[in-house]
Write a new protein. Sequence first.
Length: 307
Amino acid sequence: MSAYLIQRVLLTIPILLGIVILTFFLVHLIPGDAVSAMQGQLKMSAQQMEQMREALGLNDPLHVQLGRYLMRLARGDLGRSLFGGQPVAVLIASNIGATIQLTVAAMAIAIALGVPLGILAAVKRGTLWDVAAVVLAMIGVSIPSFWLGLMMIQLFAVTLGWLPIIEERSARGLIMPAAALGLAEAAIIVRLTRATMVEILNADYVRTARAKGLFDSVVLWRHALRNGLLPLITMIGMQFGTLLGGAVVIENVFARQGLGTLVTQAVINRDFPVVQGCVLVAATMYVLVNLAVDMFYTAVDPRIRYS
């Protein structure tokens, strides 16, 4: 196991390096730069703008800027914001907590709704329960999270007044953004859980367990569900990255401070170091979650061994 962990950690280095390089060139395809974004506020002359670009190193060739950025990154330095001058690490540290909170809450909603509904649809296969679960799952997959968020704001905040639109430090303020983000993922989990459980419930060992006289609940939870957890765990790990990406949109819809709003503002300001730092941190989190998923496999299925 230790050798496998070391191997996986070492493999993440070229992956993250590739993400850093790709992100660097992609963000530089955005027209303009941070100095152009500042010009509207500072009312600088053309000469002053050129002097600022020279001071910030924006006039250097891209390969020189990339080499400089990679050298700082090797020392653990994410750089400084071009727009405000604050260290990128400080900006990320002050915003990442809210994004993790939103992502975890959305994932909890997705699992709490998706797994039971998927099991119910599989157990009641061919009945109205099954049809209703499948239809709801199709609707959930089809509705964009930002549209759902806007409709929830209109209904629960504006019309009924049950929930606040902006209240970042309370559980009530987290309900709507987490639900808007998690319901689409719940629909995906419903479909996967149903498909997996239908296959498992028709397996020979399940029929054997029932033939021995075991209660249906024991067969379902102890035998069938445990063997169906591996694809669910894989899907949940993959959805973590989807939720991180969705948080960018949902945080802006609900005006929540987090990595999403930080990245959006950085793109508007052409603040390249902030964009690159946020993407690198999000990619690292995604890689670590997938590594944790691999480790969790051994707890669910003792037959799995890493060497």
